[in-house]
Design a protein around this ligand. Structure first.
Ligand code: B12
Ligand code: SF4
Ligand code: SF4
Length: 337
């Protein structure tokens, strides 16, 4: 049996400002199964794999007794709110930061409990991170699907660690802070929030700009792309809990130069600039052509006066994705010079 207090202190000392403990009982399978059956995962076929493990930590790590839900606030006062890059992606890639902290946390736990077996995951593992964070009382699941906290709003990234030991005290879920509000649903430009807490990824701009970057941008969503070139924060920006969120100024999340670029600059990047500006950040995931494609679509959607000249210059680009986006941007009505 581990001391909950000691385990939580070890998590905090390792850089996780948010930590909660839940007994490793299976999750309700209904939301995930319904979401998958409706095809809301789009082309993320990997979401169909390892479902039993996703829903039951005991299958993922035989002998698992406890799920430690971990969170870190990524918001700093230096974040660029007008950036075409979503807030969570403006600094160093959070996966790397969270993995470093998970390693440190594991080392501390092993000092407390020699022989302890653990399994860690951040984002890509077969674990429902938001469901565990909610179960362990880190926050509640907002109508926009986000794990939302009273202190930092939804400006937190998550990770989990499974342990093969019980702890002496578990945390309870907290009540929702969404009562009487649906500002996020109203703010979503594509109607992706199809039920409370449920995101149809196929209609989500985050999916289009992060996950679907080797395919043409979905034609029916292009006009709604707003000014986002990587990720989408619109349903979070509308949330009153984010309006009063406390920034942590954690230096590992400080925005990098990529966050200060305009859509025009992103669309016009040269390959070597792209590499320099995106390496070590989550934005690298969109690749060179995907990021330029996203920026062109956003320029067209926002009817920027500068769109025509930039789009014309890219009509002959070597990438089909970029050419297609440039053609589309040129065809949008707007304040053309
Ligand atoms: C696939 C994925 C996406 C997809 C699908 C998003 C989605 N909402 O499902 C896309 C590409 C669209 C996406 C977008 C984003 N993502 Co994402 N994504 C994931 C990933 C890898 C899996 C999520 C998943 O399993 N979805 C399937 C649905 C069914 O599961 P779920 O959302 O976790 O919901 C569970 C509970 O909420 C509950 N539930 C669901 N519906 C309902 C309804 C009711 C009524 C109740 C009671 C419960 C309930 O059951 C579900 C299953 O257990 C997780 C990492 C992980 N391994 O968990 C990151 C993760 C969810 N993403 C994250 C982030 C930061 C984002 C973006 C904000 C990035 C951005 N700025 O563009 C957007 C947000 C879009 C949004 N409004 O959700 C963070 C969220 C942090 C937080 N505070 O919540 C995570 C946890 C990554 C991380 N390690 O930090 N993402
Ligand atoms: S991230 Fe953007 S597109 Fe996706 S649900 Fe939120 S507002 Fe809608
Ligand atoms: S905008 Fe309102 S409904 Fe949506 S997550 Fe925030 S508090 Fe909840």
């Amino acid at each position: 049996m581990l001391s909950a207090q000691a385990a939580k202190q070890a998590a905090r000392d390792s850089g996780f400002g948010l930590v909660g403990l839940a007994a490793a009982e299976p999750l309700d399978s209904h939301p995930l199964r319904v979401w998958l059956a409706a095809g809301m995962h789009g082309a993320m076929r990997w979401m169909e794999e390892r479902i039993d493990e996703r829903l039951d930590p005991g299958r993922l790590q035989p002998g698992c007794r406890t799920v430690v839900a971990l969170g870190a606030c990524f918001l700093t006062t230096a974040h660029v709110r007008s950036s075409p890059v979503a807030l969570y992606a403006q600094g160093r890639d959070y996966h790397a930061t969270m993995r470093d902290r998970l390693r440190r946390f594991r080392r501390s736990l092993l000092e407390l409990a020699p022989g302890l077996r653990t399994y860690s995951a951040v984002d890509t593992g077969p674990v429902q991170e938001r469901a565990w964070a909610a179960r362990a009382g880190l926050g509640w699941l907002g109508r926009n699907g986000m794990l939302t906290t009273s202190e930092h709003g939804s400006n937190v990234v998550l990770a989990v660690m499974l342990l093969d030991r019980e702890v002496d005290t578990y945390d309870a879920p907290i009540s929702s802070g969404c009562d009487g509000c649906d500002r996020c649903v109203e703010a979503c430009p594509t109607g992706a929030l199809c039920a409370p807490g449920v995101v149809d990824a196929r209609r989500c701009l985050a999916y289009q700009t992060i996950e679907q970057t080797t395919e043409p941008f979905a034609p029916e969503l292009r006009a709604h792309a707003g000014r986002t070139a990587f990720g989408c924060d619109l349903c979070q920006r509308a949330c009153p809990w984010n309006g009063r969120a406390h920034a942590c100024d954690d230096e590992r999340f400080l925005p990098r130069e990529i966050a200060s670029l305009s859509l025009e600059e992103l669309a016009s990047l040269a390959p070597e600039q792209h590499l320099l500006l995106t390496q070590g950040t989550a934005v690298a995931r969109a690749h060179f052509d995907g990021l330029r494609r996203n920026a062109l679509i956003a320029l067209g959607a926002s009817r920027a006066a500068s769109a025509a000249a930039i789009a014309r210059a890219l009509l002959g680009d070597s990438s089909l994705l970029v050419r297609d986006a440039a053609q589309w941007a040129l065809g949008q009505p707007g304040e053309r010079p």
